[in-house]
Design a protein around this ligand. Structure first.
Ligand code: NAD
Length: 417
């Protein structure tokens, strides 16, 4: 892997720049440049055919200056240690950005869930909890869904945690189903946060979302809800994609019909009334809003100059490399960085955890209104740094977050005497 694509090198560089710009005690960067804990465990699972497969799993607990570690858990065949460490660092930044009392964590199991039966998937999920039981907990580290994990997987995990601990322990993970401690609005929360940011960016740039064109890469949780929510704002979703490729209809796709088609056929490709395109072609389409909602490193120095969107709202984590970010900045593309744009997910996860702890559950409108306020406040705060320091929104995000984290470290007595 080249240095440009190494997520750990990327995030360390971003942290260093922000610490220097803020003139912080060198101890801040020294502490933030690596996770406080990193665990690697293996999960032996009896497969349906009686054989045993031993899956590698990781959990990085980056920093808990602001509160318990919090972050998603992905099931993906290519998960690797540096990726998980980088993602845990972005979680620390993200929680600080939306001002919720959490630190950052991330986990991954090296498995392709699409190749497992439901029973095997359940055994992997429960196995993860059996192996990490001592490292996580409602007051220690709270996982949540991420790529290829979902509410059902969270339910198995919370149940397993409850069985081992002998306590309900329902707040050990968030993103659970509604009938088992889930919080309202969690499903669409990440996308909702992204779309709130896109709307705010539109106001700053004079782009009305009514009639705007949107392109979305990745059509899972973050991507498909982004499509629906952009439609709600009156935008036209002209292209979407998944791991197999994309589809384009310049007159607009019906986002719900594409969701139904993918559920039935396994991919968006082949959707009637649209032409198939590649993921590369999708990123280069003429549009007002581009939402990367798949994986890291999709906009790089190779293709950044081809991006013609006016606003890029990063629902995915780490979709843009620093070199690509610079190119888009020079070309006048307004990039809403991941740690701000996709913070709606962890915000509503926080709401779910608060509700679990209280045993008192909020209605949809309360969640929606509180999420909206969190996102708009965060966007405005970061936009303020962007203007005051004359820096990219991404750099402004790091400045705002690291200032908050450094203040907590200072008051806790973690810095140089
Ligand atoms: P998901 O598993 O629900 O969906 C992922 C989608 O990406 C799928 O449609 C998949 O086909 C597609 N995809 C995979 N590889 C691709 C490729 N090479 N090109 C194009 N599409 C590809 O995952 P998700 O939860 O929607 O997560 C997507 C991104 O959003 C990730 O970067 C994740 O870290 C980030 N994110 C998710 C949440 C959340 O609450 N789910 C919160 C914050 C950030």
């Amino acid at each position: 892997m080249t240095e440009e694509l190494n997520p750990l090198a990327i995030v360390a560089g971003q942290m260093k720049e922000a610490c220097d710009e803020l003139g912080l005690d060198p101890a801040v960067y020294e502490i933030l440049r690596k996770p406080q804990q990193f665990y690697e465990v293996s999960i032996p699972v009896t497969m349906d055919d009686g054989s045993v497969q031993n899956f590698s799993a990781y959990r990085a607990q980056h920093n808990n200056a602001l509160g318990p570690y919090k972050g998603g858990l992905r099931f993906h065949p290519e998960v690797y240690a540096d990726e998980v460490k980088a993602l845990s660092t972005w979680m620390t930044v993200k929680c600080a950005v939306v001002n919720i009392p959490y630190g950052g964590a991330k986990g991954g199991v090296k498995v392709d869930p699409r190749e497992l039966s439901e029973a095997e998937l359940e055994r992997v999920s429960r196995g993860f909890i059996q192996k990490t039981y001592n490292m996580i907990g409602p007051e220690i580290d709270i996982p949540a869904p991420d790529v290829y994990t979902n509410a059902q997987i969270m339910a198995w995990m919370a149940d397993e945690y409850g069985k081992i601990s002998g306590k309900p322990g329902v707040g050990v993970v968030t993103g659970k189903p509604l009938n088992f401690g889930g919080g309202r609005g969690r499903n669409k929360a990440t996308a909702q946060g992204t779309v709130h940011c896109v709307e705010e960016a539109g106001k700053k740039l004079g782009i009305d979302m009514q009639g705007a064109t949107a392109v979305i890469q990745g059509y899972g949780n973050a991507g498909s809800f982004s499509a629906l929510l952009m439609e709600d704002l009156g935008a036209k979703v002209i292209a979407v994609s998944d791991s197999r490729g994309g589809i384009l209809n310049r007159d607009g796709l019906d986002a719900q019909a594409v969701i139904d088609f993918k559920a039935e056929n396994g991919s968006v490709q082949g959707f009637a009334g649209a032409e198939d395109i590649t993921n590369e072609e999708l990123l280069a389409l003429e549009c007002d809003v581009l939402i990367p909602a798949a994986l890291e490193n999709v906009i790089t120095s190779e293709n950044a100059a081809d991006v013609k969107a006016k606003i890029v709202g990063e629902a995915a984590n780490g979709p843009t490399t620093p070199a690509a970010d610079e190119t888009m900045y020079e070309n006048g593309v307004f990039v809403i960085p991941d740690c701000l744009a996709n913070a709606g997910g962890v915000t509503v996860s926080y709401f779910e955890w608060v509700q679990n702890n209280y045993g008192y559950y909020w209605e949809d409108d309360v969640v929606a209104q509180r999420l909206h306020k969190k996102m708009v406040d965060a966007f405005e705060g970061i936009y303020g740094y962007h203007e005051e320091f004359g820096v990219k929104m991404r750099d402004a995000t790091y400045l705002a977050a690291i200032k908050r984290i450094a203040e907590a470290m200072e008051v806790r007595g973690w810095l140089s005497k």
